[in-house]
Design a protein around this ligand. Structure first.
Ligand code: ADP
Ligand code: MG
Length: 556
C-alpha cells in the first residue's frame, strides 16, 4: 500500500520525447550516411553538379559541398553536424568540403557494424582519434614544401594547385586561364589576410574567356544623376576623395511645420539649405580631388557642380567597394568635408569608366598600395556565373593557403591510399579490438579514390586493387586515380596537388564529427521547442529521425 502511495518521479516535462541507446546511435549514423550520399557524386573532376531549388523558386547549381549542404535545409539534429563541418571546412580552408562530409559518412558507416554488435562507442572513438592523429602526422611527413623557390617557379606551382581545384568545377574547361588569374589576384594582395580585398564582379553575357583581372578596384557604375554625361570619364593620376556623407539638396519635408511672421524669412530658410550644400561642394573642390566617391547619395546639383569643374563623382558606392578603393588608393573615408588634408586623399595611376558587356564599370588601376584585385567574371547564365564565382573562391582560398603553408600532397586519392596503407600496417602492431577499429578507419579513407573512380565511371574495384598493390610495393606512395585513362598514375608528377592543410583539416574535422555522433546515445526533444519550430518541422522529424530510430521511448 505504501509503495502505491509513492509519487511518480517526473524527470522531464509531459510530452517530452526521448530516443536512446544503441538504436539511437545507429539511427544517427543512418541519417549521416544519407547526407553523405547526397554529396557523394559531386566529388572530383568528373563529379556531377546538383541543382537545388527552394520554395521561393531560386535555383542554384553547385558542385561545392558546403553550398549544397547549406541549401539542403537539413533538419535531422545529428545530420546537421555534417552541415556544420562542411561549413567550417569552407571557412577554414575553402576547399575539401565534399571530402570532409564523405569521410565523416564513411567513418560512421564503418563504425555501424561494430555498434550493432555491441561495441561500446567510446572504444571506437578512442581508436578513431588515435588513427586520425597518426594520419595527420603521416601527411605532415609526406608533404612537400614549395618554399625557397623563385617567384616564377612558385607561381607555376600555385597555378597547378589552383587548376586542381578548378578541374572538378563547371569552369574546369578553362582551368589554366582562371588558375593564372587567381594566382595573379592572390599575389596582388600579397600577404594581406583580408579576403574581401579580392573582389569578384559578375557581369552576365560574353564568354568565360572575356573575364579579366583588374589590378586594383572595379565596381559597377552607380546610379547617377543628370549632369553625369558631362563629367570626364578618364583621369591620369587623379586624387580621390572618399566620403561617407550625403551631397544632396534636401527638399523641405512635407509634413514639417514652420511658422513665419514675415514672408521674406521663408526665402532665408531655403537659402540656408543651398548655402550648406554649396559650402560642402566647394570644400570638396578645394581639396584638390578630381574623383569624389561617397557611400551616400550624390544628387543632381552636386553632379552638375562637379561636372562643370571637370570632376567625376559617384554616389551610393557600396561599403565593401569603398573600403577596397580606400585600401588600394591609400585614401581614408571621410565623414566630414571640413579640413580635408592631402593625406586622406587616395590616388591611382589611371581611372576610367568602361563598358563591360551591358554594364559600365568604374575601374581604378595602377594603385600605389595595390593591395586589391578585382576579377570581372563573364559568362552566359546567372547560375553559371554564380557557380563560377564559388569555384574561384575555392581556388583563391587554396592558393592563399598554399602560399601561407606552402606544403602540398599528391591528390587524386593518392594521399588517402597512402595513409590507409600506413594505418593498416600500423594496426598490426596493436593488440586487441583496437586493431579492428583502426583497420576500419583505414578502409574508410579509401572512399576518396573509390568515389573518384565511381564518379568517372571507372571500375573502382579494379583501380583500387592496382592502387593498393602500388602503394604496398613501396615507392608508389604518390600514385592516385588517373582521371583521364581510368588507370593509376603518379599524381605528383601529373601536378594533381592539394595543399596539405586541406587534407589535414578534412581528416581532423571528419573524425571529430564522427566521434561526436558516435558519442550521442540519447536525443531528448523538448515539446515546447517543437511547437515553436512549427508543425512542418515536427512532422518531418517524425518521418525521418524518430521513424528510423524506431524505438523512441516515451518517458513519463
Ligand atoms: P572537395 O569539395 O572536397 O574539394 P572536389 O569535387 O573539389 O571536392 O574534389 C576534390 C578531389 O578531387 C580531391 O581528392 C582531388 O585530389 C581530386 N582531384 C582533383 N583534380 C583531379 C585530377 N585531375 N585527377 C584526379 N583527381 C583529382
Ligand atoms: Mg575542391
Amino acid at each position: 500500500m505504501a509503495a502505491m502511495m509513492q509519487p511518480q518521479i517526473i524527470l522531464l516535462k509531459e510530452g517530452t520525447d526521448t530516443s536512446q541507446g544503441k538504436a539511437q546511435v545507429v539511427s544517427n549514423i543512418n541519417a549521416c550516411m544519407a547526407v553523405a550520399d547526397v554529396v557523394r557524386t559531386t566529388l572530383g573532376p568528373r563529379g556531377m553538379d546538383k541543382l537545388i531549388h527552394d520554395d521561393k523558386g531560386n535555383t542554384t547549381i553547385s558542385n561545392d559541398g558546403a553550398t549544397i549542404m547549406k541549401l539542403l535545409d537539413i533538419i535531422h539534429p545529428a545530420a546537421k553536424i555534417l552541415v556544420d563541418i562542411a561549413k567550417s571546412q569552407d571557412a577554414e580552408v575553402g576547399d575539401g568540403t565534399t571530402t570532409v562530409v564523405l569521410l565523416a559518412g564513411e567513418f560512421l558507416k564503418e563504425a555501424k557494424p561494430f555498434i550493432e554488435d555491441g561495441v561500446h562507442p567510446q572504444n571506437l572513438i578512442r581508436s578513431y582519434r588515435t588513427a586520425s592523429n597518426l594520419a595527420i602526422n603521416k601527411i605532415r611527413e609526406i608533404a612537400v614544401s614549395i618554399e625557397g623557390k623563385s617567384l616564377e617557379e612558385k607561381k607555376k606551382l600555385l597555378e597547378k594547385c589552383a587548376a586542381t581545384t578548378l578541374s572538378s568545377k563547371l569552369i574546369g574547361g578553362e582551368k589554366e586561364f582562371f588558375a593564372k588569374m587567381v594566382v595573379d589576384a592572390v599575389l596582388a594582395i600579397r600577404s594581406d589576410d583580408r579576403l574581401n580585398l579580392i573582389g569578384i564582379k559578375k557581369v552576365p553575357g560574353g564568354t568565360m574567356r572575356d573575364s579579366f583581372l583588374v589590378n586594383g578596384v572595379a565596381f559597377k557604375k552607380t546610379f547617377s544623376y543628370a549632369g553625369f554625361e558631362q563629367q570626364p570619364k578618364k583621369f591620369h593620376n587623379p586624387k580621390i576623395l572618399l566620403l561617407n556623407i550625403e551631397l544632396e539638396l534636401k527638399s523641405e519635408k512635407e509634413n514639417a511645420e514652420v511658422r513665419l511672421s514675415d514672408p521674406a524669412q521663408y526665402q532665408s530658410i531655403v537659402d540656408a539649405e543651398w548655402n550648406i550644400i554649396y559650402d560642402k561642394l566647394d570644400k570638396c573642390v578645394q581639396s584638390g580631388a578630381e574623383i569624389i566617391l561617397s557611400r551616400l547619395a550624390i544628387g543632381d546639383l552636386a553632379t552638375q557642380y562637379f561636372a562643370d569643374r571637370g570632376m567625376f563623382c559617384a554616389g551610393r558606392v557600396t561599403e565593401e567597394d569603398l573600403q577596397r578603393v580606400a585600401a588600394a588608393t591609400g585614401g581614408t573615408v571621410q565623414t566630414s568635408v571640413n579640413n580635408i588634408i592631402d593625406e586622406v586623399l587616395g590616388s591611382c595611376e589611371f581611372f576610367e569608366e568602361n563598358q563591360v558587356g551591358n554594364e559600365r564599370f568604374n575601374i581604378f588601376s595602377g594603385c600605389p598600395k595595390a593591395l586589391t584585385a578585382t576579377i570581372v567574371l563573364r559568362g552566359g547564365a546567372d547560375q553559371f556565373i554564380e557557380e563560377a564565382e564559388r569555384s574561384l573562391h575555392d581556388a583563391i582560398m587554396i592558393v592563399r593557403r598554399a602560399l601561407k603553408n606552402s606544403t602540398v600532397v599528391p591528390g587524386g586519392g593518392a594521399i588517402d591510399m597512402e595513409i590507409s596503407r600506413y594505418l593498416r600496417q600500423h594496426s598490426r602492431t596493436i593488440a586487441g579490438k583496437a586493431q579492428l577499429f583502426i583497420n576500419s578507419y583505414a578502409k574508410a579513407l579509401e572512399i576518396i579514390p573509390r568515389q573518384l573512380c565511381d564518379n568517372a565511371g571507372f571500375d573502382a574495384t579494379d583501380v583500387l586493387n592496382k592502387l593498393r598493390q602500388k602503394h604496398a610495393s613501396g615507392g608508389g606512395s604518390s600514385y592516385g586515380v588517373d582521371i583521364n585513362t581510368g588507370g593509376i598514375a603518379d599524381s605528383f608528377a601529373n601536378f594533381v596537388w592539394e595543399p596539405s592543410l586541406v587534407k589535414i583539416n578534412a581528416i581532423n574535422a571528419a573524425t571529430e564529427a564522427a566521434c561526436l555522433i558516435l558519442s550521442v546515445d540519447e536525443t531528448v526533444k523538448n515539446p515546447k521547442s517543437e511547437s515553436v519550430q512549427g508543425e512542418a518541422a515536427a512532422s518531418a522529424m517524425a518521418g525521418r529521425g524518430r521513424g528510423r530510430g524506431g524505438r523512441g521511448m516515451r518517458r513519463r
